[in-house]
Design a binder for this molecule. Sequence first.
Ligand code: URA
Length: 211
Amino acid sequence: MRLHVVDHPLVAHKLTTLRNRETDSPTFRRLADELVTLLAYEATRGVRVVEHDISTPVAPAKGVKLTQPKPLVVPILRAGLGMLEGMTRLIPTAEVGFLGMIRNEETLQASTYANRLPDDLTGRQVYVLDPMLATGGTLAVAIQYLMERGADDVTAICLLGAPEGVEHVRRTVGEDASVQIVLAGMDPGLNEVGYIVPGLGDAGDRLYGVV
Ligand code: URA
């Protein structure tokens, strides 16, 4: 399992504004969207392509195109939805599946409540979108689920992570798994209710309001 914390001044700038409690929901949504596109650029460095011959107006040329089947993007509901546009802007032809996961706020255990995915993910490259990698419970369950269905390469794109969460995912999927985590920032740890500190609060609430 590989971890990549993106080190770029624009990413740091947008993340700082996201963290700010004064940032309202419309601005938060727009910035999350922009930030995901920047992270997606880094996260898709290993996206699979095949050679593709074309003709320019001047001469034949060799290039590449995305392999079939196309990459699958899976936002984790609800907060991952706020990352979907930013990702599909970069890979408009990607397929999109959905996983609804909820965390029990007392036990911090994750469980699946909705699933709209292709049945067979054999050989698929999958990009999971989940803004907060806190305890890692949700992401670990989601990645395992995708790999059990046949996905052979999974990249998780998160806005913020904590070391506990990264280690939990690493222990669950195994050191040798073809899994990559891409973060805009890594914070020092979690508080007693499993929130990332200093973090940015509840990502779902900041995107969509408290419901
Ligand atoms: N989920 C969030 O939205 N924020 C956190 O800090 C942790 C989990």
